[in-house]
Ligand binder design. Structure first.
Ligand SMILES: C[S@@+](CC[C@H](N)C(=O)[O-])C[C@H]1O[C@@H](n2cnc3c(N)ncnc32)[C@H](O)[C@@H]1O
Length: 237
């Protein structure tokens, strides 16, 4: 399987500023208290839920599940190394908030339907499922030519998934989460080298090194852009 070890490994996604900003976004979507129960599907290192746990002084540790065994996962969460569907199918717990952030595109449509149906069944009444995915219309991710091309191709599938989600007969709301990134070009090149985004995972070492050369020519020393995500929120009534 393609590895996601470097997704939130010392990137802006793991920065305190990003995590705080994302948690403020979550707090705007639903009234949450120290009694709230959280599940993060495809949690990576679980820093978002870890930080939220401290902020709200949660009584129940949030549960984070991921197929990747991150030894340095955030210890403020209960980390389970397992497949999302396997976990959800056997789950008996109820949650107030289920987060599926930048992960849904990794599943096929049949599995997405299963994830949604099991997640919905795992919600408390009034609970929400948040699905966040890259904004395909106006994203500003810095790219090199081949990366841009592959990203564009993946957006066709992302849009198809989005359309299917919109068609689901569940009460829903659409919103967005944008984060202003300022990053040094050499750090961003390092992230490309570490294949920080799924688009880069299948690239050959030569394609990566050529891409980094291209980025070096294309961008100034400091790169600024908005990391734009679109979000669909399903509400259990
Ligand atoms: C792009 S990362 C997003 C991580 C995190 N949600 C965030 O936004 O920072 C996608 C995550 O989904 C995990 N993942 C992929 N397939 C999965 C599956 N079948 N079950 C659970 N997690 C999975 C990957 O290992 C990876 O950590």
């Amino acid at each position: 399987m393609l590895s996601f070890k470097n997704w939130d490994n010392k990137t802006w996604i793991s920065s305190t500023k990003y995590i705080q900003s994302f948690n403020n976004f979550l707090l705007k979507q639903k009234k949450l208290t120290k009694h709230s129960k959280f599940l993060d599907i495809g949690c990576g290192r679980g820093k978002i839920m870890g930080s939220l746990s401290s902020k709200l002084k949660l009584i129940n540790k949030p549960i984070g599940i991921d197929v990747e065994n991150h030894k340095d996962f955030d210890k403020r969460i209960i980390f389970k190394k397992t497949n999302a569907i396997k976990y959800l199918r056997n789950n008996k717990k109820k949650f107030d908030l289920i987060l599926i952030k930048q992960t849904i595109h990794l599943f096929n449509l049949k599995d997405i339907k299963k994830i949604l149906s099991y997640s919905y069944a795992s919600l408390e009444v009034g609970g929400i499922i948040l699905i966040l995915t890259l904004d395909t219309k106006s994203n500003e991710i810095p790219t090199f030519c081949l990366m841009k091309q592959k990203l564009k191709q993946s957006f066709i599938r992302d849009n198809f998934i989005w359309k299917k989600l919109l068609q689901l007969d569940i009460k829903k709301k659409i919103t967005k989460f944008n984060f202003k990134v300022n990053i040094k070009k050499n750090i961003y090149s390092k992230m490309i080298k570490q294949r920080y985004i799924s688009t880069l995972l299948k690239f050959s070492p030569l394609q990566i090194s050529d891409g980094i050369k291209e980025v070096d020519l294309k961008y100034k020393k400091n790169i600024s852009f908005k990391d734009k995500l679109k979000c669909i929120i399903f509400l259990k009534v």
